[in-house]
Ligand binder design. Structure first.
Ligand SMILES: CC(C)(COP(=O)(O)OP(=O)(O)OC[C@H]1O[C@@H](n2cnc3c(N)ncnc32)[C@H](O)[C@@H]1OP(=O)(O)O)[C@@H](O)C(=O)NCCC(=O)NCCS
Length: 150
């Protein structure tokens, strides 16, 4: 477990939510011109809150003194671990925190699960670089199309 990572407690809920509110840009909600970015941000905020309050098996957080700087919410499904939602505060990106959060999850689940999965977008260069530099390989790809009905 990297030294700058710990497991989140319920008191970290708003710290994680604050990051989720201004970090995600490539997901299907933010990519959809018919969904307002504020609404997409709110969805991520609630997702982060739910993760800390029980949706996730474990949420790992990086911190700087009292402040949460990043989080990685993991789910367990049978013998697999899924990185469900991971985000580093924009002003803290590129400093190794995403790597530390992923390393923490790999260390925590070593011997408890057989594989770790994560879904991301092909245009999310940062996440692809992070995962592939840590040994993740593309297992499947999918193209999703949708239309809004009136
Ligand atoms: C993806 C994310 C978590 C990575 O966190 P981070 O703290 O910025 O990443 P790190 O500093 O630990 O970098 C890890 C590796 O990825 C590379 N990387 C990070 N950002 C990059 C970018 N924008 N372009 C290219 N490579 C990048 C780094 O170079 C590093 O590799 P290296 O050590 O070989 O140089 C972060 O960019 C983020 O929060 N993005 C917004 C939310 C998001 O899209 N989440 C992912 C959903 S799957």
């Amino acid at each position: 477990m990297p030294t700058n990572v710990r497991i989140a407690e319920k008191a970290d809920v708003e710290g994680c939510a604050a990051i989720a509110g201004h970090t995600f840009r490539f997901d299907r909600f933010h990519a959809d011109p018919e969904i307002d970015d504020d609404l997409a941000d709110k969805l991520k905020v609630q997702w982060a809150r739910n993760s800390v309050l029980g949706r996730a098996d474990v949420v790992f957080v990086t911190y700087d003194q009292e402040k949460i700087t990043g989080f990685n919410a993991c789910l367990v499904c049978n013998d697999s671990v899924i990185i469900d939602l991971i985000g580093v505060a924009p002003e803290q990106q590129g400093r190794g925190l995403g790597r530390a959060l992923t390393t923490a999850a790999l260390a925590h689940y070593a011997g408890k699960a057989t594989r770790m999965l994560v879904g991301t977008q092909s245009c999310n260069v940062a996440s692809l670089a992070l995962y592939q530099s840590m040994g993740f390989r593309i297992a499947a790809s999918a193209l999703t199309l949708h239309a809004h009905l009136p």
